[in-house]
Design a protein around this ligand. Structure first.
Ligand code: PHE
Length: 443
């Protein structure tokens, strides 16, 4: 069977940017940046994005394109014993999808709620009432999972690429619109100060700086979708003549722009209503609905906003689903529909348990965490750093740097810029940093 391909490098770029731009940008970045010293975090984040994010992204794309295989078999093709690196990614994809899709379901629920009602009443009561229900959140989660399946089943260029081409521009325009409106609100300056001004009170000691570094690296990994094999999979459908280096600059750039825009859109809203910004579900499903319910025309803003979050979430989720489906397709020679169907079924089932862990199963904990939190911890703090660490070693030492360079340069078409720095980063700096930060974050 001939391997599918993106119809153009632009198609790949939009799909990869779609994978990167997700809940990480919208619900994590504004808060994490603001509460870790604003500009101090931004500068560190930027440095890590350049030194760690872009080189790893480049490496993943190169491994995928050279082998033209799913993440597990791509790593195996480089060395038969190294399939575990890709396997960590595929397992990680299941883990992330299992909670990402539950949140995707909440987004759909809120979107439909605002389409039907002008206000949700007390935001906290509404949120807690909804997520602890046994059945309703599960059904919304299954609807979100079905959307992902529907897209991936159509294929790489007819499904994923086509949806990304439509969705991403809509996301950008909506976000700019909301951002423009947010800047006219009375508390806007305070929100911008929180995000952009350096707050040195956050670095009293050396260990404070360490904490900010840990947060920044975690954010770089999660936000760029690194270490989960998604970029290996997406890279495997790339044309041999595509310019990988350009892609490795454009994807982080898009991702950063959207994250900053998200901060500019969300923080002024939160501050102008005297609320404290928070991370995660608190921000999207409690603070913002409170804001929407108390502002004129808030309902329409809410609808636009949840459409935006849905787009961001779905274009990330399909990249994870594709990296699992690609494994079933390559290895078992399954038809795409059965491959993506089985993958959806599996992650959806774990997702049901995650959803129930918010309510009826909340008493059940492992390592002091609910199932949902455990999944988040497992993907962010364990599987992603492990995947990233071994990927650096595999590509730069086992495969060998010359072969990597040859692939990156498309056989010499685009000479690699700063090869010795790249070599040093992949062989030494990136693995060492990931290792240190991995242990710091565990203890
Ligand atoms: N990058 C996505 C986000 O920011 C999450 C993601 C991680 C997607 C890993 C794919 C792989 O939300």
């Amino acid at each position: 069977m001939k391997r599918e391909q993106w119809s153009s490098n632009m198609g790949f770029l939009l799909a990869a940017a779609g994978s990167a731009i997700g809940l990480g940008n919208l619900w994590k970045f504004p808060y994490v940046a603001g509460s870790n010293g604003g500009a101090i975090f931004l500068i560190l984040y930027l440095i890590l994005l350049i030194l760690l994010g872009a080189p790893l992204l480049l490496t993943e794309m190169a491994v995928g394109r050279a082998t033209r295989l799913n993440a597990i078999d791509a790593c195996k093709a480089i060395h038969p014993r190294w399939g575990f690196v890709g396997a960590a990614g595929v397992v990680g994809a299941f883990v992330i999808l299992s909670y990402y899709s539950v949140i995707g379901g909440w987004v759909l629920k809120y979107l439909f709620a605002y389409l039907r009602h002008s206000s949700l009443g007390d935001a906290d009561t509404y949120y807690t009432g909804f997520i602890t229900k046994p059945l309703e959140p599960v059904l919304w989660h299954l609807l979100f999972a079905a959307c992902c399946f529907g897209i991936v089943a159509f294929g790489v260029s007819k499904g994923i690429e086509r949806i990304s081409k439509i969705f991403l521009p809509v996301l950008l325009i909506t976000l700019i619109g909301i951002g423009g409106y947010a800047l006219t609100l009375p508390g806007a300056a305070q929100g911008l100060r929180f995000l952009f001004l350096p707050d040195f009170s956050h670095i009293q000691s050396f260990s404070d700086l360490g904490t900010i570094l840990v947060q920044a690296m975690g954010q770089v990994f999660f936000s760029l979708s690194i270490g989960m094999g998604t970029l290996i999979t997406y890279g495997s459908y790339l044309d041999k003549q595509a310019n990988l280096q350009k892609n490795a600059v454009m994807i982080p750039l898009f991702d950063l722009i959207i994250a900053l825009l998200a901060g500019i859109a969300i923080l002024p809203c939160v501050f102008s209503f005297g609320l404290e910004p928070s991370a995660g579900s608190g921000l999207l499903f409690r603070s913002l609905p409170y804001v929407f319910d108390h502002m004129t025309g808030g309902r329409w803003l809410a609808i636009a906003f949840f459409v935006l979050v849905f787009i961001a979430a779905v274009t990330s989720a399909i990249s994870l689903l594709e990296s699992i489906a690609a494994f079933f397709i390559d290895r078992l020679h399954w038809h795409r529909i059965s491959a993506s169907g089985l993958a959806t079924l599996c992650f959806a089932l774990i997702g049901v348990a995650n959803s129930l862990s918010m309510g009826v199963w909340s008493d059940f904990t492992l390592f002091g965490m609910s199932l949902f939190d455990l999944m988040v911890f497992l993907s962010d703090n364990v599987l992603m750093p492990i995947g990233g660490f071994f990927l650096c070693i595999l590509a730069s030492r086992i495969w060998g740097f010359p072969k990597l360079l040859q692939e990156i340069s498309s056989n010499g078409t685009y000479p690699v810029r700063f090869p010795s720095i790249l070599r040093w980063i992949l062989r030494w700096m990136a693995p060492a940093m990931i290792l240190v930060i991995f242990f710091v974050s565990l203890f």
